[in-house]
Design a binder for this molecule. Structure first.
Ligand code: APR
Ligand code: ZN
Ligand code: ZN
Length: 353
């Protein structure tokens, strides 16, 4: 629980209501520590303290409310923070991954004294149990490790989806990934899965480049000492990459992504910028270089389609999602995990319950 802006997080007793219509209570087995949790704690998302943090989670459905038919008690599920409504204009047009009316549980979890908790991304899974909308639960093969499965609930799905869904990386494509944290590395994994011929990892930290190579990058560029645009062009016959994935979320790295791409190529922005950031580009270059400049929300994933598929590929050894779990920790260690994340020491710390 994050009690107030920049205050240390702490473990508290919470009250989880019985599930109402359309809701489910999930016994959490694992939950990754994501940057967004830290942003909540720092007051960077909104001021609705206290927050119940944690949103990259997997667990077992304990009980469901009336009218819930998609999941049942005992199901092993990954939680998602974009439950498809089925009724909004995106859903009606057959693009449910864009759902504009995603929903969460209606009831609130509270502290023992009745204070309402704001659940991070409508999940709140640094807890033994959490209350969510049933549509936030996606059933997957229960033989996968919960620590691995939970990561698909946010950052790893965002990165893989940035390559597969948003960037539509295809066989033989050249791809550059700028920023190789958990999200960028997942974009490397997604690009490899899609059959990319070259995957160029760009970062300012050699440790990150080493990990990116282990995940499937074929080339690495340290952009602290090398101009990444020139380097990517050199590695792609002088042209630039077909798809460039920006997984930092800063104007300067977006600028690099824009120019490191071939004519008519695709830029995917999956890194999340902050409100004060501005981008300046010659409009003539935006026109003249053609192609697509896309943003990737949650990897444009469709949980019901993508979560089970990626778990299956992991179980078959065709992708290694275990490589994203740097350490498993207890519920008491989240504050320490934030510090390690800040130092860039971990891809993911995962709370295991
Ligand atoms: N150029 C290249 N790489 C950079 C730069 C830069 N100017 N600045 C930072 N990086 C690298 C870091 O070295 C690190 O490897 O970007 C990576 C960011 O990784 P993480 O901090 O682990 O963040 P991650 O979880 O991967 O998320 C990346 O996506 O979901 C969003 O909010 C998230 O904006 C963040 C981004
Ligand atoms: Zn919808
Ligand atoms: Zn997250």
């Amino acid at each position: 629980m994050a009690p107030g802006k920049n205050e240390p997080v702490r473990v508290e007793t919470i009250v989880v209501p019985d599930p109402g219509p359309g809701e489910a209570v999930v016994k959490v087995q694992a939950c990754g520590v994501c940057h967004t949790d830290l942003h909540y704690k720092q007051g960077g998302i909104n001021d609705d303290f206290p927050f119940l943090l944690g949103h990259e989670a997997a667990g077992v459905v304990e009980s469901v409310g009336p009218d819930v038919t998609d999941v049942a008690p005992g199901d092993f599920v990954i939680l998602n923070w974009r439950a498809v409504c089925g009724k909004c204009r995106a859903c009606r047009r057959g693009r449910p991954w864009y759902c504009f009316d995603t929903h969460n549980a209606t009831q609130k979890m509270t502290l023992a004294d009745g204070t309402e908790l704001s659940a991070a991304l409508g999940i709140g899974a640094f807890a033994e149990k959490t209350l969510v909308a049933a549509g936030q639960c996606t059933k997957v093969d229960p033989s996968v490790s919960p620590a691995v499965a939970g990561l698909l609930g946010c950052g790893v799905m965002a990165g893989i989806g940035a390559a597969l869904n948003t960037g539509e990386v295809g066989r033989g494509d050249t791809v550059a990934v700028i920023g190789c944290g958990g999200v960028g590395d997942a974009a490397v994994v997604g690009s490899r899965l899609a059959g990319a011929a070259r995957i160029i990892a760009v970062d300012i930290d050699d440790r990150k480049l080493e990990t990116a190579r282990a995940m499937g990058a074929t080339h690495t560029v340290n952009s602290r000492d090398t101009d990444p645009v020139a380097a990517v062009r050199e590695l792609t016959g002088g042209f630039g990459a077909d798809v460039v994935i920006e997984a930092v979320g800063r104007p300067e790295t977006y600028h690099q992504a824009f120019y490191a791409r071939d004519l008519a190529g695709t830029v995917v922005l999956v890194g999340v910028p902050t409100p004060e950031m501005k981008l300046e580009l010659p409009l003539l270059d935006v026109f003249g270089r053609g192609g697509a400049l896309k943003s990737s929300w949650y990897g444009d994933c469709l949980p019901s389609r993508d979560f089970p598929m990626l778990v299956d590929l992991h179980q078959q050894g065709r992708i290694d999602l275990g490589a994203f779990v740097t350490e498993t920790i207890g519920l008491d260690d989240v504050e320490k995990a934030f510090a390690r994340m800040h130092e860039g020491d971990v891809l993911r710390s995962v709370v295991v319950l």
